[in-house]
Design a protein around this ligand. Structure first.
Ligand SMILES: Cc1ncc(COP(=O)(O)O)c(C=O)c1O
Length: 442
């Protein structure tokens, strides 16, 4: 090694210099990628907190490790895997032991017996979504996705597909109906579904999923006879372990075995074990499509770190540990969701312009706050969701996200409340502030 000291070259200024053609330096595609609205709201919350204000942050789709630590066995397993030297490249599809553990996990808990070749480990669940879009879509291919939903418009943009957003409503708890999918199915390449759904926390009814799967199978049988490429179903069930309530979590492959030819599951440990920062996800899907995804994602280096894979392997086989962890975890999440829901229903009963859909899963509650046309004490008229969000952050110090951040156009006053980063006490303190701020409107 050359031990001579180099003179430091200060590149701070030149590296930040864009020159006169700033807009032409990067690709057109990246120029069109919009920033996340949720991150902008998070910045406002940080500013308020830095001024010493107490804010109940219901914006982030994450867990606070203080309230929701990862399972101890997983934590200790990562540390000991690093200590014993599990630090080199893992295979592109993930370590075989973890793929086999995912296989056992799906068999045990979902009743789905996939071959190990159907399973690929990734760095959290996002690469599975990106890899699926890349593996099945060509530019201009049509992708159907319900709105509100999480980030589909970004993936559509990145692969230069044609997005077909399908507006949903409270009547179907913001999940698409078979009729809505069938209307747009001809010529579609991909349908992107998520249940339990981010941002609503609602789950698809088995009958609705059955109708959608039937339509996919009929369409693909027709296409096969005509020698055309099939339509695929991206089934993002990253929150399935957090299902609550009466609607059971269902999968396309359990409804129709043949759906295993067309369904790619998005999953991982991020939500079910509060391990968003550990970055272990997986795809389960048709062997040929998963192989294409592996080819794409290996070039992006989107594998999960080896030590985390080793620890996840041991964790997924710990049937009793998982049951014990999840029972506590779900209880704590449900307590928060129910507290918000019941608080809002009581406010509704007292004449506040609020409504909500009972929680069904994930860490989200769907809430309607529609004081449109009313005036704040300062005289400003609240005429859209953004004005309501901003008012409630300032006046009630509650951070929430309007459905516009999830692709909804038009203003119907629906918001996502996310409870993964708050305590019950913070919620108890915040609800009276919310009511006070709403009652102060004229
Ligand atoms: C619906 C949905 N799918 C996928 C993901 C991505 O999960 P990960 O953090 O494992 O990449 C998220 C994260 O918020 C999500 O809400």
């Amino acid at each position: 090694m050359d031990t001579r000291r180099r003179t430091a070259i200060d590149l701070g200024k030149i590296a930040a210099e864009t020159g006169p053609q700033a807009g032409l330096r990067a690709s057109r595609m990246t120029g069109g990628l919009k920033g996340s609205q949720i991150l902008q709201i998070a910045t406002e919350i940080r500013d308020l907190r830095s001024r010493g204000e107490t804010v109940c942050d219901l914006t982030v789709g994450d867990f606070s490790p203080q309230h929701f630590p990862i399972p101890e066995k997983l934590r200790d397993g990562i540390a000991s895997a690093i200590m014993r030297g599990e630090t080199n490249y893992p295979p592109a599809a993930g370590i075989l032991e973890l793929r086999q553990a995912v296989r056992r996990f799906y068999l045990r808990d979902l009743g789905l017996d996939y071959p190990v070749e159907s399973i690929m480990i990734t760095c959290g669940a996002r690469p599975v979504i990106y890899g699926t879009y890349r593996a099945v879509c060509d530019p201009k291919d049509r992708v159907l996705y319900p709105v509100p939903s999480w980030n589909n418009h970004y993936y559509v943009h990145m692969v230069e597909a044609t997005g077909v957003p399908i507006p949903t409503s409270a009547a179907s708890r913001f999940l698409p109906t078979p009729e809505q999918i069938i209307e747009h199915l001809a010529g579609a390449r991909l349908i992107s579904l998520n249940s339990p759904l981010n941002p609503t926390g609602t789950a698809i009814e088995p009958e609705a999923l059955r109708g959608i799967c039937e339509a996919v199978l009929n369409e693909n049988r027709r296409r096969e006879t005509r020698g055309e490429r099939p339509v695929y179903l991206l089934y993002d069930h990253i929150y399935w372990m957090l299902s609550v309530g009466e609607t059971p979590h269902v999968t396309p492959s359990e409804l129709f075995e043949e759906m295993a030819r067309y369904t790619i599951y998005v999953d991982g440990i991020s939500k079910g074990f509060a391990a968003t920062g550990v970055r272990v996800g997986w795809a389960v899907g048709p062997v040929d499509i998963v192989a294409r995804m592996r080819a794409v994602l290996s070039h992006a280096g989107a594998w999960a770190p080896r030590a985390e894979q080793c620890a996840t392997t041991e964790w997924l086989d710990d049937v009793e540990g998982i049951a014990a962890y999840q029972s506590e975890f779900k209880k704590a999440i449900s307590a928060r969701l129910n507290k918000v829901y019941e608080g809002l229903m009581a406010m509704k009963g007292r004449g506040c312009p609020v409504d909500a859909i009972p929680p069904m899963g994930a860490i989200y509650l769907t809430v309607r706050i529609a004081p449109f046309g009313r005036r704040t004490e300062g005289g400003a008229v609240l005429d859209d969701s953004e004005a309501v969000r901003s008012y409630l952050l300032e006046e009630a110090r509650i951070g929430i996200v309007p459905f516009a951040a999830f692709g909804v156009s038009g203003d119907d006053g629906w918001f996502r409340f996310s409870v993964g980063a708050t305590s019950l006490e913070e919620i108890e303190d915040a609800l009276p502030r919310l009511e006070k701020a709403l009652l102060a409107l004229s």
